[in-house]
Design a protein. Structure first.
Length: 318
């Protein structure tokens, strides 16, 4: 019995030495070290050498402005100190805000998001199929038909490369810039936001869809191809059922983003929650502005919950 503590101590000491050995012999990356050093230098440059004065953010003037905003301008009338809290008046005020701006802003934002992600999902699926190099090779999923080998000089391999570059271009331009361009072309309707979100997200979904196809198990698809199935038959009967679940995970994730961005794009004059937030700010109605901001956050949370539930359900079958 007396040997038990000593044995435990010896075991702990040996474990400690093994951990120390693993730490000493761990792989080291020069790239990671130089990146960390460069990041530290950039942070020091911003802090000491730029024109940004961080102390000004917490000056007495800024704190006074914040206090006035919170206590006299951002709160609804029923919660201001001079009137005292009044739940009935607050509920009536919220109903009034919903009738004036809330319901219309929520509906417009949600419609823009749903239509944009539907267009992006369809376009992204097509781009993903044409951008998958294993599907667009001369002999789909056949081992020798990889890039740079023999028959892969096939024209479809060039198509895949072009589609991948197109996806990069589509997602490289932010939604805000796309919407700004479409506003000049089609005017201040909902379509600039819809098209901007659809184009940007189609590039993202196209890239993710192509990578999903390239990472599918090759054996069943190779068997179909070598058994004489055409490219179309392999895509519809093999790839579609295997890749659908994973693609829908990406689809619902991007739907969350569309809801957020549809709100922001309202700042350009497109009717959504962002438009009414901008209008309230322009008319110094800070209580209405804050109410709409909270309403936008609630809509994003709702979209996030719906998306999370859908992705959990889909993940069971992936």
């Amino acid at each position: 019995m007396s040997d038990a503590p000593s044995n435990a101590a010896t075991s702990n000491a040996a474990t400690y030495r093994e951990v120390q050995t693993l730490w000493r012999d761990r792989p080291r990356s020069r790239l990671l070290r130089w990146s960390a050093l460069l990041g530290g230098i950039l942070i020091a440059w911003v802090w000491f050498l730029s024109d940004i004065d961080f102390r000004d953010l917490f000056s007495a003037r800024r704190m006074g402005n914040l206090d006035r905003f919170v206590h006299t301008r951002a709160l609804p009338p029923a919660l201001r100190a001079d009137a005292g809290p009044d739940e009935a008046s607050l509920w009536a005020w919220c109903q009034e805000q919903m009738l004036l701006y809330g319901w219309r802003g929520l509906g417009a934002t949600l419609c823009i998001s749903v239509l944009a992600i539907a267009l992006a999902g369809g376009a992204g699926a097509v781009l993903g199929a044409f951008g998958a190099r294993n599907l667009m090779s001369a002999h789909p999923f056949v081992p020798h038909a990889t890039a740079g080998h023999g028959d892969c000089s096939h024209a479809l391999d060039r198509v895949a490369q072009g589609v991948r570059v197109l996806c990069i271009l589509l997602r490289a331009i932010p939604e805000y810039i796309w919407a700004y361009l479409f506003l000049a072309m089609v005017g201040p309707t909902a379509w600039p936001a819809i098209l901007a979100l659809a184009i940007h997200n189609s590039g993202i979904l196209g890239r993710l869809g192509g990578e999903t196809i390239e990472n599918l198990p090759a054996e069943p698809l190779r068997a179909m191809s070598m058994a004489g199935a055409t490219r179309k038959e392999v895509a519809l009967a093999g790839i579609f059922p295997m890749a659908l679940g994973r693609y829908l995970l990406y689809f619902f994730y991007r739907f969350e983003t569309c809801v957020r961005e549809a709100t922001v794009l309202g700042m350009l004059g497109i009717v959504s929650l962002g438009y009414f937030i901008h209008e309230a700010r322009a008319h110094d109605q800070y209580d209405s502005m804050l109410f709409l901001v909270v309403l936008g956050g609630a809509l994003v949370m709702f979209a996030d919950i719906v998306s999370d539930l859908a992705r959990r359900w889909l993940r069971r079958g992936v």
